[in-house]
Structure formats: structure tokens, C-alpha cells
Design a protein around this ligand. Sequence first.
Ligand SMILES: [Zn+2]
Length: 309
Amino acid sequence: MDLEDIPSEFVDRAIGPVTVLFGAKGGKYPHGNSLLVRGTNETVVIDPSLGIVERGGPAPPADRVLLSHCHEDHVAGAHLYADQPWHFHEADLPGIGSLDAFMAIYGFPPEVEAGFRRVALEEFHFTPRTDALAYQDADVFDLGDVQIEVLHTPGHTRGHSCFQVKWGNGSESLLYLGDIDLSSFGPYYGDAWSNLEDFERSLARVREVEANFYATFHHIGVLDSRGAFLERLDRYAAVIERRETRLLEFLSEAPRTLQEVAAHRFVYRPGDAVLFAEPVERRSMGMHIERLVRAGRVEELEADLFRAR
Ligand SMILES: [Zn+2]
């Protein structure tokens, strides 16, 4: 298919051996930005998103599919590569085996899950696959003069991983951050397979990675300098602290139940029409409460009633 046939909202950007295939709306959820990495021996597509489906025509050819993690928006275009191997971190791999296993990653209550099953199938083309392959931290995919190195960065999901693409004998690189998306929304750790403190350790880890370019799956897209990356990363990480500070304020006004905390909204804004806002608030802020209790800054007055000390 000719480049002119691609709708204008799907812009591509070439960086060394990497082509960033921007999704609709610059990759704002449910859309996302995929990467195509071409070496002399192999081409790899990373996180095939809805954009690859919606561009129409045949999907960009690739020899294998690398997934940063097993979430609906990241696997939305994977079905277009049914004949190629799919690779997930070993901790996320079970999630692609069936729709039930996929739902376990989120752990939504039944009434939310029923709707989300339909969304996963109809809007994100969820396609189970039992022969997907596992990768681990520090694994390297050698495409021939281009290497992709895995950094396991759990927190968003158990297996969430970043990929450092290196070329020019390792002199140049791009760090693909997946859903460490540097957005103003901040880190998302609201699923059953999420973990707040793992996320914080992963943020510290990616902060140390020297690269020429940094790319995210969602709307931030590509950052062209380490300075720009660090600025964004610090702002992004600060959202965690802001949620915790607001929570402490809320718990110092009066003792609250987790239900009241969730209803107050710390992750989403009050009134945001998000199907799964309630369970995500519960899980995310529950982890904050847990560690504040551990640190002696919040006490549990009776079962499920919390007050700041
Ligand atoms: Zn995700």
C-alpha cells in the first residue's frame, strides 16, 4: 500500500532503524503508538496497537511481535500477525492464553468484568494464543546490526517491560517505555497484577537508562533528549506523591472507609466516566493506605476504618 493511502492522522517517524507508527489522536488511549524495528536479518513490531488495524491495508510486515505487557490496547493489532511468534515477559505470558486468564490480570468485580469482556473482544480484537513465547529481564533480540534489550519494569503489570533498541554498534539507542507513559494522569497501578512499590522501583530503574530517544505507547510519543525525558519522568513520578498527600489530608479530616476513599477519587477526577474507576481507585489507594499503615502514618481504628495519625 502506498504511503499516500494512509489516513493523515497516522503519522510515522523514522529514528535510525525504528519507525514509530503513531496511532490516532497521537496515541491517546484507547489508541497507542507502535514501533517497527528493522535489522538486516529480522523486523520486529512492538505493541501492535489499534492504529495498525485502523490504517487499513496489510499490516507492516514483521518476523515477530514483542509485547511490553498483556493489556487490551497493546495487543489490539496482534491478531494481524497470527503466523508470527508473539513474545511476552514470562510473568505476563499466562494472560494471553485465554479470555478468562486475560481478565484475571485486571481482577475487576463481576459487574465491571462482564462489560470489559465485550470491550476486549469487540473493540480491542482480543485473540488468545497458547503458543506465545516468554522473555526475561536482560534478554536480547538480535535483529542483525540492531539489538533490542529487555528491561523488566513491573508495577503496571507483573511482567511490564521496557525495550532498549540499540544500533550503530551500540552508540545510539531508543528506550521504549511502554505504559510508563509519562502522562499527566500519572502511573497506573490499579489492576490485580499491578503493584505500587514495584512501579516506583521501575521508575528509578528507567531513570538510570542513558538513551538518545525515549518513546511511550501513549500520547507523549517521542522525546528527543535525556533532559526532556528526566523532566517528564520526574513530573510523572510526582503524581504518586500527590495522590498520597491528598489521601493523608482526607484521612486527617475524619476516619474513612476504603469505600469512602474510592468514592472521593484520587486517581480519576470526580465525574470521569470510566467503566472501571471504582475498582481502580480501591486497589490503587488501598496500596497507599497499606504502606501508610506499615509506616505508622495511618492507623486502622477498626476493620476498614482509617485515620491519619
Ligand atoms: Zn497497560
